[in-house]
Design a protein around this ligand. Structure first.
Ligand code: FES
Length: 164
């Protein structure tokens, strides 16, 4: 069992130690481990996935397979503020496409890109499970619901400088 890794800090292993008693085995910890690992650098590099694989005790390819299945795991670097606009049916019916167009224009990037200052990454999401308050967006781990052009614009403005 690995207790330290190439890139993951002691904080990761301490957090996992706390979680271990709540799971039947290490493999059941893959999703929480990826979540915890992503907190360290905001995304999951090849080395990070290898550390997670060592910790779980499986081949790195298995960890990559799981991480690539879920859109919440970033396999490439993202900005400090990762905006994920849901463009699934309920959100689309309430203007999600227009919101995405607006965000692309305001941030001067395309969906899937990061602003040159590393402040924002813009992504498209499948259903965020907030259909009753559509359109919805996630900003890092926070949900923003009943989104409209004004609230999106305000949010971007508020997070342009300072802490994001
Ligand atoms: S369709 Fe957007 S949250 Fe469900």
């Amino acid at each position: 069992m690995a207790t330290t890794g190439k890139v993951l800090s002691e904080k990761f292993y301490t957090a996992m130690k706390k979680l271990e008693p709540r799971y039947p085995n290490k493999k059941a910890l893959i999703l929480p481990a990826l979540h915890e690992a992503q907190k360290e650098h905001g995304w999951l590099s090849k080395e990070t996935l290898e550390d997670v694989a060592n910790y779980i005790g499986v081949h790195p390819a298995q960890i990559r397979e799981v991480a690539s299945f879920y859109t919440m795991y970033n396999l490439k670097p993202v900005g400090k503020m990762h905006l994920k606009i849901c463009t699934n049916v309920a959100c689309c019916l309430r203007g999600a496409d227009e919101l995405m167009e607006y965000a692309e224009k305001k941030l001067a990037i395309k969906c899937g890109e990061t602003t040159p200052d590393g402040r924002f990454t813009l992504s498209e999401e499948e259903c965020l499970g907030a259909c009753t308050t559509a359109p919805a967006m996630m900003a890092n781990d926070d949900y923003i619901e009943n989104l409209d052009i004004n609230s999106l614009s305000d949010f971007i403005e508020k997070n342009k400088g300072g802490q994001a």
